[in-house]
Structures are given as C-alpha cells and as structure tokens.
Design a binder for this molecule. Structure first.
Ligand code: URA
Length: 246
C-alpha cells in the first residue's frame, strides 16, 4: 500500500513527521534512487526502496513511549551544534531512537514525551488536536486582576488559556497556565506582554502525562493506559474544521 513519505519515515523511527518534511524538502530522501522533494509524494514501503542520506530505511521499529522530566540547561533536540547536553543524551542507555514530542526551551523544565511513534508525536504537537499543556511559572511581580484577564485572553489565536494564581512569594508569584496552542515561547511571550516576565517555567502536564514520581533528569515508560489515552487523539477530530493530512 502506498503511504506518504513522511509517514514511512516516522514509522521507521527516523524522525517525527514534521522533521521528515524538512528532510524531504532538503532533498535528503530518495525513492528507488531518485530524489523526491514533494511533500505529497507516496511510496510503498514493501516494494519501494526509500532512503535518507543514501541509507535505506530498516523495518518499522517497535514503538516506544517515555516521559522525561527535562531539567533546565538541556536542549530539546537529538543533537546540538554547540555541544550542549541534549534530551537524547539523557536517554542514551535506551535501545530506541526517541524524538521529543514538542519542545521546551533550554531554561524550561518538565514533562517531555519522548517517542519513536511519529504519528502520535505529530498529534501531540499539531495545534488542531488541541492537546493541553499545563505550566507552572514563577513570574516577576504580582499580576493585577486586569493583568490576569490579559493572560486569559492569550495570544488572541486559538482557545483562551486557563490561568490560576497559585502562590505569592515576597517579590514574585507562581501562576498555573494551561494552553492548547503549542507555539514556541508562548508562555514567556504572553507573560512578558502582561508585564510579568517569566523567571522559571515548569511544564507539569502534557495531555494526561504528568511529572508525578519523577525528579529532574529521570524518565519512565508511559503506562499502557496513558499510551491508549494519547492514541485516542489520532481518532479524534478536533479543531477548526481543518483536516489534517495523515
Ligand atoms: N512556553 C515557553 O515560553 N517556553 C517553553 O519552553 C514552553 C512554552
């Protein structure tokens, strides 16, 4: 059966689907020896020879699902050109090539789902699936009711964040923010725009997956019920009517 190249690469554990698109556009993917640059291209993994950088794909990998408590000072990537520690370095002892489902900034910490299931990684990060991410953030100062109302309006695109004042310290306070949009730096941007820059950022949940039982740098396999729950996303049609290419 013919499948999109992004899906074939993701199922072989090469990359997430989004990353596979960058490989295709960069001319790194060949089908039967010919470079394919179109994102709509399909191939039959049974009968076509698909290769990345000249290396043929292996058979589909066993699917693996983990949650890592990403510490601060670690890059959400498999490799870093500047030699900084990456989330993949923290999980090197595992016999899987895992990819982060979404990202956390270098100075942010918390839940990072790591998987070789490219299809699920895409659902966890694509805004149309509206998967919630909850952040506990320490911000400078004390937001007034109008600043909290501003935070609750969010960036103006997509559903509004849920915002809760958790605790005050002498100079700052902790706020919990739950969003479903998943843009880069979005918590820092909306807090800075409200006049309360982020001092610390912890993602406490991504979908049904939380930090419970983990210390920074530790990871655990997802429970079968967590994987089942997350995979229901793939069957659920969410969002603004936009149909996602799967
Ligand atoms: N929002 C941010 O600003 N940074 C993150 O790492 C995640 C969400």
């Amino acid at each position: 059966m013919k499948l999109r190249l992004q899906k074939i690469l993701a199922e072989a554990g090469i990359s997430s689907r989004r990353e596979a698109e960058t490989f295709i556009l960069a001319g790194r993917v060949t089908v039967n020896g010919r470079i394919v640059r179109s994102l709509g291209s399909k191939a039959d993994p049974e009968s076509d020879l698909v290769a990345v950088d000249g290396r043929p794909l292996g058979p589909p990998e066993t699917k693996a699902y983990f949650v890592l408590y990403k510490p601060r000072g670690v890059i959400t990537s498999r490799k870093d050109e500047r030699g900084r520690k990456t989330v993949a370095d923290l999980m090197r002892s595992l016999p899987f090539r895992l990819f982060p489902a979404g990202r956390l900034d270098y100075d942010a910490e918390g839940v990072l789902i790591m998987t070789n299931d490219g299809e699920l990684a895409m659902a966890l990060t694509h805004p149309s699936y509206q998967v919630s991410r909850t952040y506990l953030t320490k911000v400078r100062g004390f937001p007034s009711p109008s600043a909290l109302a501003f935070l609750r309006r969010g960036s103006g695109s997509g559903p509004s964040p849920r915002v809760r004042l958790v605790k005050k310290t002498p100079k700052n306070c902790w706020i919990e923010i739950t969003l479903t949009t998943g843009r880069y730096h979005e918590v820092k941007e909306i807090c800075a725009a409200a006049g309360h820059p982020v001092l610390r950022l912890i993602r406490t949940a991504h979908g049904c997956v939380t930090l419970e039982g983990l210390q920074p740098g530790e990871y655990r396999p997802l429970l079968p019920r967590e994987v089942r729950h997350l995979r229901t996303l793939l069957r659920t049609f969410h969002g603004n009517g936009e149909k996602i290419q799967r």
